[in-house]
Design a protein around this ligand. Sequence first.
Ligand code: CA
Length: 226
Amino acid sequence: MKTILIIEDERDLAELVAFNLEQEGYRPIVALDGVAGLEAARTGSPDLILLDLMLPGMSGTELCRTLKGDKRTAALPVIVLTAKGEEIDRVVGFEIGADDYVVKPFSTRELLLRIKAVLRRAHPAEPAGKVIRVGPVAIDTERHLVTVDGAEVILTGTEFKLLLTLTERLGRMQSRELLLRDVWGYNYAGDTRTVDTHVTRLRTKLGEAGGMIKTVRGFGYKMETE
Ligand code: CA
């Protein structure tokens, strides 16, 4: 669960935002002035800060600069809440290192969209590897992830390599000896029946999609889409 620190001196607004964030599955923390906000940013381990600029005591601008200048909190994403027409504040919002800003009055929906976008940028998902698709089967070669119609299928290392080899040679017949050499390795002194055993298991795991692996009688196998 992501924790969001709301630093806002208008109590009603702070509580409304906190309520809405809670409804969306976030854990909100509220600080009603700059000094309490700085303290909460340092000790409350928030994932994101919503920061009002016009605050009593320590201003939002000063607070943001302090956070961004301190290596413990520099990476913390900050969304500035600014009053409508505060053009200077908009510029300042970026000059002081804020990640985004939302103009008051804002809708809950707008705020939530900004929060999601900023959190996504702060924690980008792992880059996807090269994905090979054959019919309903998708093979993510970098993450060693196989899905059939979007559902993950757990394969052993050998099954994965066998599937990948057959897929890369789509429509081409592969003899058992060739598969044994390329999947198990040159020096693997195994029986060609090893290939049959693994193909059978792989087909079972792939379910209906396993039917794409055709047996070429007396020879080997090939992958084929309908
Ligand atoms: Ca204010």
